[in-house]
Design a protein. Sequence first.
Length: 223
Amino acid sequence: MSPELFEYLSQLSRFFHVLFGILWIGLLYYFNFVGAGYLKEATPEGKKDVLQKLQPNALWYFRWAALFTFLTGVYLLYYVSLIPQAYNVGISLGATMATIMFLNVWLIIWPNQKKVIAGTEDAAEAGAKAALASRTNTLFSFPMLYFMIYSAHINFGNDPLIVGGEFGPGWTQPALWVGTLAIVLIELNAIFGKMRKFMESVKAVIHSGLVLTVLMGLLVHFH
């Protein structure tokens, strides 16, 4: 493959990555900031109409946008890994959160939403599981989007992952491990639901997402 073609494919992949990402995260915010509030206040007839007519269509775009965002992102990671000093801790943490968000969509949100739409006996519990994973994705989306922008526009080469840096080889960098640990702990809550009540609050999720973004941003920038 010629360098020109390789570069063109990377730019094309970046375009589709952003396009599918807008669709995915846009629907994520719709579900959490608009749809969830409406379903709490809707009449039984209105709720049934949303679940039977609107939700399946919205979830179709939601899950496939997540998949194609992930796939185009994988290609971009490969492209960035070939550029010296470009693949850094910020990209690694952002990609980790994005991957977990993608898996949450396909392994937790969609399977449980199918039960809600079908009205199964465990629909209430399934809905709670889907909602918690969706809230977790919303929480992750803030620092994930920050690192997506940071890594592309504010990378001074002070946090390389592969070639190492101030702390030696990339895998020994404290920012990578501390950030990864925080991500894992938050995801464990999404799976086991120990802080489900806290995550039910949209304001709490937004505020927590912004705080997490600031802390992770400082951690990576000044590590």
